[in-house]
Design a protein around this ligand. Sequence first.
Ligand code: 2IT
Length: 445
Amino acid sequence: MKQEVIDFIESVKQRTPGESEFHQAVTEVVDSIWDFYMQNPQYRKAKILERMVEPERVIMFRVPWIDDKGEVMVNRGYRVEFNSAIGPYKGGLRFHPTVTLGGLKFLGFEQTFKNSLTSLPMGGGKGGSDFNPKGKSDNEIMRFCQAFMSELYRHIGPNTDVPAGDIGVGGREIGYLFGQYKKLKNEFTGVLTGKGFEYGGSRIRPEATGFGAVYFVQEMLQANNYQIAGKTIAISGFGNVAWGVALKATELRAKVVTISGPDGYIYDPDGLDSEKIDYMLDLRASNMDMVQPYAEKFNCAFFPGKKPWEQKADIAMPCAIQNEMDVSDVELLAKNGCKLIAEVSNMGLTNEAAILATNMLSFAPGKAVNAGGVAVSGLEMSQNSMRYAWQEDEVDTKLHLIMKEIHKTCIKYGRKPDGSVNYVVGANIGGFVKVAAAMLAQGVV
Ligand code: 2IT
């Protein structure tokens, strides 16, 4: 790494002590775009990168609520409004016990680049809470969502900041959050995405992250004259994103052989089918946060406390959480013949693992691979603005086109002299240019 890059990152670290995941995300981006940044003196003069690593606004608040036993509970809520140069702040809400300000800053920073890559007019934001949905009743989830929105509502709006789901926030939570927003503001607007279809949600939004990821993998394979049909895919996670990947990959005749949870992973050599994929939804809805019941129900192997990357697969798609794949996982996958890793979770690989994966096999980063989710959120905003709803195939066609364009952008900025593609460089520069141009045009604000 260049000394100038080290110095830049050091200054960020000094201003933001303890925010290790944010430092990790900044390091990856700054290191990969530095040469491009230096070749463009107008960026440096306007201190574009220095401004981009500082969120425009951070909101933190107390979320008090009462559990089913009548006990008062206190959580912390956040919304990080990172960058509004190209559109309203946009990004998900994460409810997970590990949520911290530094974690949400990493996600909001990444989101800014990702949203730019989609080509739709969305700035970057992220929020959430350290609330743990595991084992909570439906009523507790509802009361928590209402308490959370009782503060958040004054900071967001369809032209200001449009949250959506992320880990721990799915259709049910978005429904409760939307209901409370509407009650407090007395306004029916597209203030959240990922809504149910009956009240302004978009077709294909639940599937979008997973479908988009598989479309992106198809582009990567096609660039090398390979097909997805017949390939074996190891995935981690069992939530909404993993479900979408399993659905589309299986439809395209690939074989998905693993899913995982905090309890371990299951190995299903026959591959998932539609009944098993539907069952993933039951697993998620149970709020148990475990995959072992799958192994019992479908009579296959369960590996407690292990990650699925020890299984043989042509393609690996981490769909769970940040830093779920490290250097030894990449080495193991490559040793067993894996040719492609598509990061579907945000920052699913450690920086060292991502560098190794780029050098050893074909690797694409989350902000490109998983952008289909927020892209269809953008299309949900379009439909809400029009007060109209597109059909399923219309949304799917648009999603597919957006993923193809993101792939082209990665190639445009990431092609190396030897002809290979560094997707990390391509995605980071591709996401940067639009935001930087907008910031330059808008002056020092
Ligand atoms: O990480 C992500 O892109 C999301 N959680 C989706 C964000 C959105 O606004 O749909």
